[in-house]
Design a protein around this ligand. Structure first.
Ligand code: EPU
Length: 459
């Protein structure tokens, strides 16, 4: 199994480009099941999760052309008879559940393995099922599979669907219902829809395919169903979590870096917290009319056809610098536009070295803290109480052998390793490969001393 060996203490300098967003691209690939014409996505990152999704679509009767060098994937759904997403694939990648809505709406039936829990928590799919039932689908569980079928009428029917749950809305649930509703008869109104940028980007793809979707990016999404959708070309939005991870990498090493393809408009809460701690983030080439700071609000915003994200501020170039010890702060992870749970481990690594006490409360996945025990091994001062971790800043972290437990936890440990004194070995790096394209190459380009090695698993 691969591991990263990091010799910490190098200040990062140079330029890095943010890849397309994994969490936007995955459901968009699944959306190709909604039409019999090819859907071509560009700026698709070359990741293990993307390869898993293309494998699943291949099994579901699609012709898939993946060109990693051009960062493009074309999916052409040609065999409508296949409706089953096997446990072996869903187990590896929960995002496979987003084939549920498209399969049901276009092929009339879906049989998708129930994704189990994972290292970040229980992760139920009750809201996905509730949403599809509201559109008239017959949904039941059979031998570990979600089985969804069209009603007697042979078509889903638009309805008012409430998708709020105990921890807010659901991102992939909103996407599943939105894509199924695109082919339903009549109007669907999703109340308490997830507002994440990935939902809005999905709506943009659906619109390009001929769907009629408005309000995506807000808690109320309205879909007027159409009889059929057609092929489309779409460029995936930049990955806000990768972007935030590189800001943290510059900050934790007191570095100065330039980040291209930076989705400022999707990172408002994150930039607010970074700036509060003392990290400087300035656009290099401000978009026309943009103020000096990417977090500063502007009077007028250019809206894309869905409405909330500002196209100009989704692909900026920014300079990030951190020259002094950071201020401590409080973080509450929340649904968008709040601070994202997917950057919680990374900001925790950073706050381990802040000048005082910080508090981090996880409000999306209350058990997403497997990185805490590993950071303790590196000399961090952390006390967990339920969904909250008190982070007392220390003068330095010390290199150690640590184990990655999930995608974002791995990123947090790598950041800690970049700042630590001595050598840090982060094992089970396959977790990071699920969501960051060749992260070691990006970090090496920035001057980090990080190497990928093959490490035999010890008994
Ligand atoms: N939830 C329910 N019922 C449901 C669905 C979700 O109670 O039917 C709860 C979850 O347990 C959680 C909250 O609602 O407490 C939010 O979960 P959500 O459904 O929004 O998560 P998801 O759509 O399965 C996506 C991302 C995750 C990211 C979350 C939250 C993808 C492929 N995954 O998951 O990304 O953490 O939204 O923003 O888009 C990652 O990239 O590392 C990752 C885990």
């Amino acid at each position: 199994m691969d591991a990263f060996v990091i010799n910490g203490g190098k200040r990062l300098r140079g330029t890095v480009r943010v890849h397309g967003a994994k969490n936007a691209a995955l459901p968009q690939l699944a959306a190709a099941l909604l039409t019999d014409q090819p859907v071509k996505l560009s700026d698709v990152p070359d990741l293990e999760d993307i390869r898993n999704m293309t494998k699943l679509l291949d099994e579901l009767g699609c012709e898939v052309e993946h060109d990693p060098a051009a960062s493009s994937v074309t999916v052409h759904s040609t065999d409508d008879s296949k409706c089953k997403a096997r446990y072996d694939i869903v187990r590896k990648m929960r995002a496979s559940v987003c084939v549920l809505g498209p399969l049901l709406a276009r092929r009339g039936k879906a049989q998708v393995s129930m994704p189990g829990g994972c290292n970040i928590g229980d992760r139920p799919v009750d809201l996905h099922m509730r949403g599809l039932r509201a559109l008239g689908a017959k949904v039941h569980l059979d031998s570990g599979y979600i089985v969804a079928e069209l009603p007697e009428s042979g078509r889903l029917t638009g309805a008012r669907v409430f998708l709020g749950g105990p921890f807010g809305s659901t991102v992939l649930g909103t996407i599943n219902v939105m894509s199924a509703a695109a082919l339903a008869k009549g109007r669907t109104i999703i109340e308490s829809a997830a507002c994440e940028p990935e939902v809005e980007d999905m709506a943009n793809l659906l619109s390009a395919m001929g769907a009629n979707v408005t309000g995506a990016g807000t808690p109320r999404v309205i879909i007027e169903g159409v009889d059929q959708l057609h092929g489309a070309k779409h460029k995936v939005i930049p990955d806000r979590i990768e972007a935030g991870t590189y800001v943290a990498a510059a900050a934790i090493t007191n570095g100065q870096i330039t980040i291209e393809n930076f989705p400022t408009d999707a990172l408002t809460a994150v930039l607010d917290r970074f700036e509060y701690t003392g990290v400087e983030i300035e656009p290099v080439k401000p978009a026309s009319g943009a103020g000096p700071s990417p977090t500063r609000k502007r009077g007028t915003r250019k809206k894309n056809n869905q409405g909330t994200l500002d196209d100009d501020r989704m692909r900026q170039t920014v300079r990030v610098a951190s020259t002094r010890r950071l201020e401590p702060t409080q973080i509450f992870t929340q649904p968008h536009p709040g601070f994202p749970t997917d950057l919680q481990a990374q900001i925790m690594a950073l706050l381990c070295l802040a000048d005082g006490n910080s508090m981090i409360t996880e409000k999306i996945f209350p058990d997403r803290f497997l990185h805490v025990a590993e950071l303790l091994r590196m000399g961090a001062n952390l006390v967990r109480n339920g969904p909250t971790v008190l982070v007392s800043g220390v003068r330095e972290l010390i290199g150690a052998q640590v184990m990655a437990s999930d995608l974002r936890a791995s990123a947090g440990l790598i950041l800690a390793g970049l700042a630590a004194r001595g050598t840090t070995t982060v094992s089970r790096i396959y977790h990071v490969d699920r969501g960051y394209e060749k992260m070691e190459l990006s970090l090496q380009k920035l001057g980090a001393d990080v190497e990928r090695v093959n490490q035999p698993e010890k008994q």
